[in-house]
Design a protein around this ligand. Structure first.
Ligand code: HEM
Length: 509
């Protein structure tokens, strides 16, 4: 006969489980009695993870239309505030910027940058402040960006030369995406590392570019263990950890080689003057390390992490934005025509674009801005995290909450934008004060506040010059047999075009 305990033990266990799930579902203990932002219903264990889809910025926009501009999701066990309006973004990145300037720890980036010793993933604090200010001062400030003008000019000329070579006949197809990747990688390599690391390798994707591509891909992959800690084993079993360890090791060897080369080259030299000596970022970081003047120690891992950031945060985003801009201009022949007219008229009989011409190319600037509105390369920015309990728009936000700021949804909000779905550069000509430097919260493709992108000037100067030269030098057409320009998005934390931009380029001058 079955004993009494055979019934009671499972019954009690089941009841406890139901109580636990209901309690977790409706009333998390730490926030009982506090007014929380609205949340869509969640499932046990995974919470709202299933609602993110392959295109989280789009899925979150849809949810925010129902639940509002401040919405609380539970991604596994990670409470996540989703911000989807300009007013709410201002509350987070201006009024309460200090509280929301931390970053959550995410496995792959953390491993890649030696335990978050870089800028982009470092927790808010002294280390972050020091490395960020070194990079801004020596690489990303307006003055430094101006001093690299010759590099931008040479690299954009090379881009034009490569397109001419690859478009030898009127039907030759050029993979513009690949060439734009090389342009941004090579430009950043030269200013940060002093030379190109694709030198001597065949055209197309070089070993260095493939390594970076793999890293960017892995950084965008959904890693269940980051949200549900007891599922960490999955990434071991499915080979994700091994794949990540392999590329991290190769990149570490590459970065260690770069640091050693610079160290050997600079032995015996004192007082590297960054402007006269053409010292690159690694030279300057090593000099700061040698001088060891402040309490802050710049160890080799930090130097490698900072170099990594310049590529990780700088190349993918910059080329992606140029790729989207070209794709949109090609899809809108009337916009392409206006662009060509402006560039030709400003350049005149010189037949060559110089950087000072760009100031007069207002339509070109508007096209780049509109492209960053419709296609912000990092639509959810880099996640922020709160460091203390606070109230935003009347809602309680607990310390340690992860924050996604949906810059894409904000830039598509009909409250602030007329016909937001339309690619219409004129809107930026009508309102020239509307800028992406973090003061207009309806338009924040580079983020805003303390954690806003420090590479804006760097990126914009390369992209404006490259776009003007492309437009001046070529007419572009679809490859034979292709009916229309494709603008499908890929998935990932940086949103690229899913398919490379293939063009038939005919020299126009
Ligand atoms: C079109 C090109 C670019 C776009 C759209 C872009 C966008 C962004 C965004 C959205 C963030 C996060 C802001 C936030 O979390 O609030 C960011 C951070 C960052 N970006 Fe950029 N970026 C671009 C180019 C660059 C370049 C060229 C560099 C450097 C060479 C760079 C370096 C960084 C760094 C170091 C951070 C981390 C800042 C921090 O956490 O303090 N970016 N960028």
């Amino acid at each position: 006969m079955t004993s009494f305990s055979n019934y009671v033990v499972p019954l009690v266990s089941f009841s406890l489980f139901v109580i636990f799930v209901l309690k977790w579902f409706f009333n998390p203990a730490s926030t009982a009695g506090k007014k929380l932002p609205p949340s869509p219903p969640k499932l046990p264990v995974i919470g709202n993870l299933h609602q993110l889809s392959l295109y989280p910025h789009r899925a979150l926009q849809t949810l925010s239309k129902r639940y509002g501009p401040l919405m609380m999701l539970h991604l596994g066990s990670v409470p996540t505030l989703v911000v989807s309006s300009a007013d709410a973004a201002l509350e987070i990145m201006k009024t309460n910027d200090l509280i929301f300037s931390n970053r959550p720890k995410v496995t792959i980036p953390d491993k890649l940058v030696y335990g978050s010793k870089d800028i982009a993933f470092a927790p808010y604090g002294e280390h972050w402040r020091q490395v960020r200010s070194i990079c801004v001062l020596h690489l990303l400030s307006n003055k430094r960006v101006q001093s690299f003008r010759y590099i931008r000019e040479e690299e954009t000329d090379l881009l034009i030369q490569k397109i001419r070579q690859s478009s030898s006949s009127s039907t030759s197809v050029t993979n513009l995406s690949n060439l734009l990747v090389s342009l941004t990688n090579d430009t950043i390599s030269r200013v940060a590392l002093g030379r190109k690391y694709s030198d001597g390798e065949a055209q197309g994707s070089t070993k260095f570019e493939l390594m970076l591509k793999e890293i960017m891909e892995l950084s965008g992959v959904f890693n269940a263990g980051d949200f549900i800690p007891w599922l960490k084993w999955i990434s071991k079993v499915n080979g994700f950890d091994a794949r990540a360890d392999k590329v991290i090791k190769s990149f570490d060897e590459f970065l260690s080689g770069v640091v050693e080369d610079h160290r050997n080259r600079n032995q015996g030299k004192t007082d590297l003057d960054d402007s006269s000596n053409h010292a690159d970022l690694v030279d300057l970081l090593l000099e700061i390390q040698r001088e060891n003047k402040s309490s802050f120690t710049l160890d080799d891992e930090t130097i490698k992490a900072v170099i990594f950031d310049m590529f990780g945060a700088g190349t993918d985003t910059t080329y992606t934005s140029l790729e989207w801009t070209m794709a949109e201009a090609l899809r809108h022949p009337e916009i392409m025509k206006k662009l060509q007219n402006e560039v030709k008229q400003v350049v005149g009989s010189k037949k060559q674009v110089a950087e000072e011409d760009l100031e007069k190319m207002l339509y070109l600037k508007a096209v780049l801005k509109e492209s960053l509105r419709l296609h912000p390369p990092i639509p959810l920015l880099i996640p922020h995290q709160s460091t203390q309990d606070t109230k935003i728009m009347g809602y309680h936000i607990a310390a340690g909450t992860q924050v996604f700021i949906n810059a894409w949804a904000i830039a598509m909000d009909p409250m602030n934008w007329e016909n937001p779905e339309e690619f219409n550069p004129e809107r930026f000509l009508k309102n020239t004060a509307l800028d992406f430097r973090g003061f207009n919260f309806e338009y924040i493709p580079f983020g805003a506040g303390r954690r806003g992108c420090p590479g804006i000037t760097f990126a914009v100067t390369v992209n404006e010059l490259a776009l003007a030269k492309l437009i001046l030098n070529f007419d572009f057409a679809l490859p034979i047999g292709v009916k229309e320009w494709d603008l499908t998005e890929d998935s990932g934390s940086t949103v690229h075009k899913k398919n490379p931009l293939l063009v038939v380029a005919t020299p126009s001058c």
